[in-house]
Ligand binder design. Structure first.
Ligand SMILES: Cc1cc2nc3c(=O)[nH]c(=O)nc-3n(C[C@H](O)[C@H](O)[C@H](O)COP(=O)(O)OP(=O)(O)OC[C@H]3O[C@@H](n4cnc5c(N)ncnc54)[C@H](O)[C@@H]3O)c2cc1C
Length: 459
């Protein structure tokens, strides 16, 4: 065998697997393959001046490379079983939390010291939310910020680079089962290993489907989250963000009894575009350092759409809606809340005259031409509900960017060890459909590494 372990994907899942394996089994031979670049070479060409929108690079620097989708993220590590994935269903609630806390300690030791850990424990805001038909979910959150998150990744890369073989810009094409292990095939070569960890995240979702198909690994998909990113003056949400940083609030709509939730809150942050398989959607992040902060706060409002038989392609549904916004707006569309309510598109002039200066250069348009009515109605109801706990949320000038889509990978058939029916073939992180966040993906990496380490030490 060329390696004891091959890890496919250098996102948080892959990085924390390698970190833990190196720590517990110093002599173990590990290779990591990633379609993207080494961290220092990851640059998105959008500069807002010469390149104003996505040019669809072969490998997206925002989503791929060392650090994975998390590299330029806000670095919010939520320690909770309430959201961010269902890792606890496989490994138990207690162990899931312990692993997330362990990952937090590693982040703190590797550059995150001095960052703050926020918590919902004992907050008065819970009561205020409840009084207004809103539910605040429990969590502790370490906010690294995009800048410190990058430093932590640099330090983890320094720790790994001399003892792990990295194959960057090397998308894996196939994984084959061999006698006693696996063959990992890529353009121009192949490597063998005794154990293989697949951690390809959301950007690898289509490839993951092909692996499941070729190896007959069961997989099911039935959910996509659709909505908008809200941007408003930071002062409107400051009583929530100062205390909790990120508040995950859920509202049940009166009209359809759908759940709408806040997601990925970025105080003083910026709105950014995201490219998933060539489709441009919206996201957001923020910096820890004061000089990079803006006067705005942004967060997503998402409605979960579950499908029942016979429809199976929930991601395809989300993609079609995102494509519609790409078709109408050439990318992301932005609309003032006041324009949406009055049934008219936004234009450059009305946005320029508004109180909120957009942090993303998006095309003014009409989101009602893109989002299904039921989803849009839910979002409008939620904005009005949030206005009661954060007056000003429903102001005319509040900006809505669309569409924000959270694609969920298919849930892959893995057991309580995150192992497939093939011994030694593990599927972890967002690529497994089990996790949807930095902390859960990282924790799944540590979990599997400990399992492999135990077996490796026995041999
Ligand atoms: C802009 C943005 C902001 C975010 N902010 C937050 C946040 O604040 N908090 C939070 O909890 N989550 C956040 N997320 C989500 C978070 O980044 C992911 O949940 C997390 O990165 C998942 O980790 P992962 O290792 O499973 O996958 P990923 O991070 O997606 O990494 C997968 C890696 O696999 C590689 N890959 C894919 N296919 C192949 C292949 N065939 N061969 C080789 N390599 C392959 C990719 O290039 C990628 O580098 C954010 C995401 C984005 C895009």
């Amino acid at each position: 065998m060329d390696y004891d372990v091959i890890i496919i994907g250098a996102g948080p899942g892959g990085i924390y697997s390698a970190y833990e394996l190196k720590k517990t089994c110093p002599g173990i031979r590990i290779a990591i393959f990633d379609s993207g670049q080494e961290l220092k070479n990851r640059h998105c060409p959008i500069d807002g001046v010469k390149v104003r929108s996505c040019v669809k690079c072969k490998s997206c620097s925002i989503m791929s490379g060392f650090g994975g989708a998390g590299a330029f993220s806000d670095g919010k590590y939520n320690i909770t079983n309430d959201f961010g994935g269902t890792l606890f269903e496989h490994i138990g609630k207690k162990e899931a939390i312990e692993l997330m806390e362990y990952v937090d300690r590693i982040n703190v030791e590797n550059g995150g010291e001095g960052t703050r850990l926020y918590s919902t424990a004992g907050t008065q805001l819970k009561k205020i939310c409840m009084q207004n038909k809103l539910k605040l979910l429990d969590a502790s959150v370490r906010h690294l910020g995009t800048d410190i998150n990058y430093i932590v990744l640099e330090n983890l890369y320094s720790y790994l680079k001399d003892s792990v073989d990295f194959y960057f810009l090397t998308p894996v094409e196939k994984v084959e089962v061999t006698e006693g292990g696996y063959r990992v095939i890529y353009d121009g070569g192949e490597k063998s290993c005794s154990r293989c960890i697949i951690s390809v995240g959301r950007s690898g979702s289509k490839w993951m489907e092909s692996v499941c198909e070729s190896l007959s690994i069961p997989a099911k998909s039935n959910r996509v989250d659709l909505g908008v990113r809200v941007e408003l003056p930071a002062v409107i949400f400051s009583h929530l963000t100062d205390e909790l940083y990120e508040s995950k609030i859920v509202y049940r709509t009166e009209k359809f009894e759908d759940s709408v939730r806040t997601f990925c809150m970025n105080p003083h942050g910026i709105v950014v575009t995201e490219n998933t398989n060539g489709i441009i959607t919206v996201n957001g992040h923020s910096y820890e350092s004061k000089d990079k902060q803006t006067e705005n706060t942004n967060f997503a409002l998402l409605v979960a759409k579950h499908f029942s038989e016979p429809f199976k392609d929930s991601n395809g549904y989300g993609e079609s809606i995102a494509r519609l916004s790409n078709m109408l707006g050439g990318g992301v569309i932005v609309q003032r809340f006041g324009d949406l309510i009055r049934g008219r598109r936004s234009n450059e002039k009305r946005i320029a005259e508004g109180m909120v200066t957009p942090t993303l250069n998006a095309t003014p348009g009409d989101l009602s031409l893109v989002l299904p009515k039921r989803i849009l109605d839910g979002i409008i109801e939620m904005i009005c509900a949030l206005d009661k706990i954060a007056p000003g949320t429903a102001n005319d000038d509040t900006l809505l960017y669309g569409v924000e889509v959270k694609f969920y990978n298919m849930e892959v058939g893995v057991n309580e060890h995150l192992e497939t029916s093939y011994p030694g073939l593990y599927i972890i992180g967002d690529g497994s459909g089990v996790t949807h966040s930095l902390s859960h993906a990282s924790a799944s990496g540590v979990y599997v590494a400990r399992r492999i380490a135990g077996k490796w030490q026995e041999t």
